[in-house]
Ligand binder design. Structure first.
Ligand code: ADP
Length: 274
């Protein structure tokens, strides 16, 4: 009664019994439809920079005697190839984030250090946008705050929130990074004073390729995959991502990392779940 589509298998056993198996194709079809959608989106996203690169290369060739025009075309060429590069990087990161984290990939990751290094990596980007980055760390006696997982993927989740916050901030705005510690988890929150997101669109921003303002996102180098990557990564590590946002006030994204108790030796692989 509840299936959208049913595949029926008939088996005859010893010429006497007929076995009928009805298979619900609903889930399979949903997955297939999602895959088709994803591929259609990827091809659409690839088409624009590839077409631009091809036209611009011709234009450079034809304007060879006019250095000013060549410089202009070359600049756009760089931007479009960067866009292709970002897209291929994000597709690979998304596919990694969607997989399960194998036990051998779960290494102890000190969150205090991870947040610091991601923030440092974004200082120049923040300066270029006239944004002040302010980090508030929890008291030192709380230690390194260790979670288990793939350090590089967890770093990408934090990096995606930082670059979004900086990109959506007004000139002279401030991006705050906070770390709140509960008994079993560390919550890393990135808050901006940007344009905010209307409440009815909030559930959609984690979808692959969804953007509130597509042309603005593309112009800023966004692929529309950053939050989707962050959510998959957090969930596959036993954590999650949450958002609070108000148009005209700003946005706040929180990542929840489960903490582990490493006992005496912080490098010990025998980490127990807290
Ligand atoms: P993008 O590459 O477009 O940034 P994301 O998946 O990271 O893709 O984000 C999806 C959409 O969510 C963005 O296009 C933007 O509309 C919205 N968004 C994400 N972060 C913020 C933020 N800090 N402030 C306002 N809008 C945001």
């Amino acid at each position: 009664d509840t299936a959208d589509t049913v595949r029926v298998h008939l088996f005859r056993i010893q010429r006497r019994f007929l076995v009928v198996i009805a298979e619900d194709l609903g889930e399979e079809q949903r997955v297939n439809a999602m895959r088709r959608d994803f591929i259609a989106n990827v091809s659409h996203e690839l088409k624009t920079p590839i077409a631009a690169i091809s036209l611009l290369s011709e234009a450079v060739h034809e304007a060879a005697d006019e250095p000013d025009r060549v410089r202009g075309f070359a600049q756009t060429l760089m931007k479009e190839s960067q866009r292709l590069g970002n897209l291929s990087r994000d597709i690979i990161q998304l596919s990694e984030a969607q997989g399960t984290v194998q036990p051998e990939d779960r290494e102890p990751v000190p969150l205090r250090g991870l947040v610091r290094s991601e923030v440092d990596a974004h200082r120049t980007y923040a300066e270029q946008h006239g944004v002040e980055l302010v980090v508030t760390e929890p008291p030192a006696e709380l230690g390194d705050l260790v979670t288990l997982g793939r350090q590089a993927s967890l770093g990408v989740a934090i990096a995606n929130l930082l670059s979004n916050a900086i990109r959506h901030s007004p000139d002279g705005g401030r991006v705050g990074v906070g770390m709140e510690v509960t008994e079993r988890a560390c919550v890393v929150t990135v808050t901006d004073q940007g344009d905010g997101i209307p409440a009815e669109l909030l559930p959609r921003i984690f979808e692959r390729f969804y953007r509130v303002d597509a042309s603005r996102s593309r112009a800023g180098g966004g692929t529309g995959l950053g939050l989707s990557i962050a959510r998959h990564t957090m969930r596959s590590h036993g954590g999650d991502i949450e958002v609070w946002s108000q148009p005209g006030v700003g946005s706040s994204f929180s990542l929840t990392f489960p903490l582990v108790d490493l006992g005496e030796d912080p490098k010990s692989k025998k980490a127990k779940k807290a």
